[in-house]
Ligand binder design. Structure first.
Ligand SMILES: [Zn+2]
Length: 417
């Protein structure tokens, strides 16, 4: 009996000691929340370049397309709460009805809603198609090339989703989801996340998750390789289902004693946003949001660390300012400018290589002497690890000198795997 008590005592002590790192994390997360609040007070002005920044989210599911329990009420409430300007729904295709037409469309609350689809192909690839169309579900049994032929004919956007399991890298798609909240959440160590969650999730749900984020290096490398041969766009997918989580006691219906649902819409919409840039003389609408996404006139902001609205990366030449995107061609020797609403470390990449890195600043001027594809990542170094390596902003590129052609009819990269 004495031995048993001793074992129990030792086990109890070990359990207590094992909690120390997670208690420390709780302290760090609380400090991070304070630092973010302080940083937010330090917002500075950014230049207006004839465009307005609208924030929204891409890749959202509801009960309409299955694999999700989320209702329209929850979605609209979460979008309003977040002050979102647009939400791109990407319902799974249904065999018997048009799930893109049946989901939220038009304006509800503050936001414009755009019904699109997530479609698999017989090659094992998955695409987000924006916006949806009535016979799209029949294409899910076709090859990737056949699907892309249809979407191009209808002037729809076909964006690669789940790049980690995508195969047809030589196909003629329009963009890549370089960061997915869903994939990132699934990649977290479940034990470490659960222990962190026990200590921190109740008070800081978003930051508890954000501290487990990692820069999507592989996807960015792939984007850099392909954008060097033809023009494509990058974007971030929230992949919100409102169905991932766990509870320790109780049943599925209710009476949960300790429940964590770590992809509630409100929370997922707060973590990361896509910002689109729309000309000031045009209204925010389904058409203008889709056009901005088509042209890659957008950037990805991890806004939980600080509102990235107003961040700009543009080129200046004799004709004036050229924003990021597929029509941003400028001559070699043009000046590239970055302006940030918050002080940030600015890194400029050329064809995937770091060619410039600043201290914590609000603006950068860089002469792009060499032709190439230039894009920017901004880091809030002052928030400490992991945010010195996990970007706050990732922009689409500017094409400098002899840019690659847009989309079809050009040599495509091979062996991207
Ligand atoms: Zn999805």
């Amino acid at each position: 009996m004495r031995t048993f008590k001793r074992i129990l005592l030792v086990a109890g002590c070990l359990l207590l000691v094992a909690q120390i790192p997670f208690a420390v994390n709780r302290y760090r997360t609380a400090r991070l929340a304070t630092e973010i609040e302080e940083l937010g007070k330090d917002r500075g002005p950014v230049p207006r370049l004839g465009f307005r920044d609208y924030k929204g989210v891409i890749h959202v599911h509801s009960f309409i397309g299955g694999h999700s329990t989320g209702t329209f009420e929850e979605l609209i409430g979460a979008a309003n709460q977040n002050g979102l300007d647009f939400v791109v729904m990407t319902e799974h295709v249904a065999n018997d009805f048009d799930s893109a037409a049946k989901t939220l469309n038009e304006r509800h609350g503050r936001a414009i809603w755009i019904g699109g689809n997530e479609v698999p192909t017989s090659d094992g690839d998955k695409f987000l198609v924006l916006d949806g169309f009535s016979d799209l579900s029949t294409l899910q049994f076709n090859s990737t090339d056949e699907l892309l032929g249809e979407t191009e004919g209808k002037r729809k956007l076909a964006l690669v989703t789940y790049p980690e399991s995508f195969r047809s890298w030589d196909a003629d798609f329009d963009g890549i989801e370089v960061f997915s909240l869903h994939t990132n959440a699934k990649a977290m160590n479940p034990f470490l996340f659960l222990m962190d969650a026990v200590w921190s999730f109740g008070s800081y749900p978003e930051l508890t998750m954000a501290r487990h984020f990692r820069r999507p290096a592989e996807n960015l490398d792939r984007f850099d390789k392909i954008s060097g041969t033809r023009k494509i766009s990058l974007f971030g997918g929230n992949d919100a289902h409102s169905n991932i989580g766990f509870h320790l006691f109780g049943d599925d219906a209710n009476n949960k004693l300790f429940e964590i649902k770590y992809d509630r819409y409100g929370m997922i919409f707060r973590l990361m946003r896509t910002h689109v840039l729309i000309p000031e003389n045009e209204e925010l609408s389904r058409v203008t949001v889709l056009e901005a996404l088509r042209r890659g006139r957008s950037f990805l902001g991890f806004d939980i660390l600080g509102d990235s609205s107003g961040f700009t990366f543009h080129a200046e030449n004799a004709e004036g300012a050229r924003l990021v995107g597929t029509d941003s061609d400028v001559d070699a020797g043009s000046v590239l400018r970055v302006a940030s609403p918050l002080p940030a470390k600015i890194v400029i990449f050329r064809n995937g290589d770091r060619v410039f890195e600043s201290e914590s600043v609000r603006s950068v001027e860089f002469k792009a002497r060499e032709p190439g594809v230039y894009r920017v990542e901004a880091f809030l170094d002052s928030l400490g690890a992991p945010f010195d390596e996990m970007p706050w902003v990732i922009t689409n590129p500017i094409y400098v000198g002899n840019p690659p052609a847009l989309s079809a009819g050009v040599p495509k990269p091979t062996n991207q795997n």
